[in-house]
Write a new protein. Structure first.
Length: 366
């Protein structure tokens, strides 16, 4: 009997030690959240096939976002506080649009390319301008629910969201001119923006490093064309295998004349890296609200409230840290790129930085 009791207590003691060890180890395991651009947080490496001069760097848990006192809501803002933030963003947008020195970067006519980017919810009189690589998948899900096809965003199959033949989201371009004008003048209109350079990194990683199988043209058509023109040395028979370097991508984006000719060849695939001005014509369309990816946790519920739909649908849960601006990542991606190429890139996206209150990236330019 004593021997049995001894074995019993030894077994309990062993179980207790295992439990303590598991609890201790769990404190050092970080949650690797995936955002809807396919990026991961925590323990990630930025050395990818085809990226040049970018070394693995740990994500700092104390990484501070770029401070923007004029447009950052306080923690847990009240409705009134958020309305002040939203109002300042719209006023800044209007002020920059009136600045003639930036006119060629900010004033885009409302053409078919712009109208194709704007999704319509007639039932609730909402227009949403799509800005790729800024979490648009989740907003599309919100509109799909509002149109009545599904009861909640969780029910929507991922492959349906971007299938514009089946997702039930009409584009503004599908309406007659008079109907377009009516909707632009009377509907609630919004878009979401993100630090322009961090958005470019997201586009590069998603389209040229991860390269989804259902989008082969980025790897097999667009990347080789950019490499031929902008890589200083390459072999024609190794264009696809070597992969596009971020340095090649930056040179292509910063070359005003050469890029325009190539973009005509690439067609609408360039939506992932064209400017917000080119996508949404914010100086010609009077948007009701501009949301920021960096403050999406605060912005999303208030956008729903401002649109009058907060009782009908909820924005999907946002994984911790997924919207945080990561200066360390930006610095490392640009670390092997010449100041000349970075300045040319900034010259192209300068309008976006100014329109939406993002500070000039002095740490890269100077």
């Amino acid at each position: 009997m004593c021997e049995e009791m001894r074995h019993h207590w030894l077994l309990l003691g062993a179980c207790g030690w295992v439990l303590l060890i598991l609890m201790f180890v769990s404190k050092f395991i970080s949650f690797r959240a995936v955002d809807d651009y396919g990026e991961r947080l925590g323990g990630q490496s930025w050395t990818m096939p085809g990226t040049k001069g970018v070394k693995p760097v740990p994500v700092s848990r104390t990484e501070n976002p770029v401070q923007r006192p004029s447009d950052q809501p306080p923690v847990g803002p009240t409705v009134a506080e958020w309305e002040l933030v939203a109002d300042r963003r719209i006023k800044l947008l209007s002020t920059v649009c009136e600045n003639s020195s930036l006119r060629n970067l900010t004033h885009i006519s409302i053409n078919k390319f712009v109208l194709d980017r704007i999704f319509v919810c007639d039932k609730h009189k909402i227009l949403f301008c799509q800005t790729p690589k800024v979490g648009n998948t989740q907003w599309k899900k919100v509109l799909i629910v509002l149109n009545g096809a599904f009861s909640t965003v969780e029910e929507i199959p991922e492959n349906l969201v971007h299938d514009h033949e089946k997702n039930g989201l009409p584009r503004l371009s599908s309406f007659m001119p008079q109907e377009i004008t009516h909707r632009l003048n009377t509907y609630f209109k919004f878009l979401i923006v993100r630090d322009p350079f961090e958005r470019l990194i997201s586009a590069f990683k998603d389209k040229f490093v991860k390269n989804p199988r259902f989008e082969p043209w980025y790897k097999h058509d667009i990347a080789p064309a950019i490499i031929r023109k902008y890589r200083k040395s390459h072999r024609n028979n190794d264009l696809t295998a070597s992969g596009l370097h971020f340095e090649d991508f930056v040179r292509y984006l910063g070359d005003a004349e050469g890029r325009r000719r190539m973009d005509r060849q690439f067609g609408e695939h360039v939506i992932h890296w064209v400017t917000y001005a080119e996508l949404c014509a914010p100086c010609e369309i009077r948007y009701s609200v501009v949301g920021h990816h960096e403050t999406l946790e605060q912005d999303a519920p208030y956008i729903l409230k401002a649109a009058g739909i907060d009782q009908l649908v909820s924005y999907p849960a946002i994984p911790p840290g997924i919207t945080r601006y990561n200066r360390t990542k930006v610095e490392h991606y640009f670390s092997g790129i010449s100041k000349r190429d970075i300045r040319r890139l900034y010259a192209r996206y300068q309008g976006d930085f100014h329109l939406f209150g993002y500070p000039e990236p002095d740490f890269l330019l100077n």
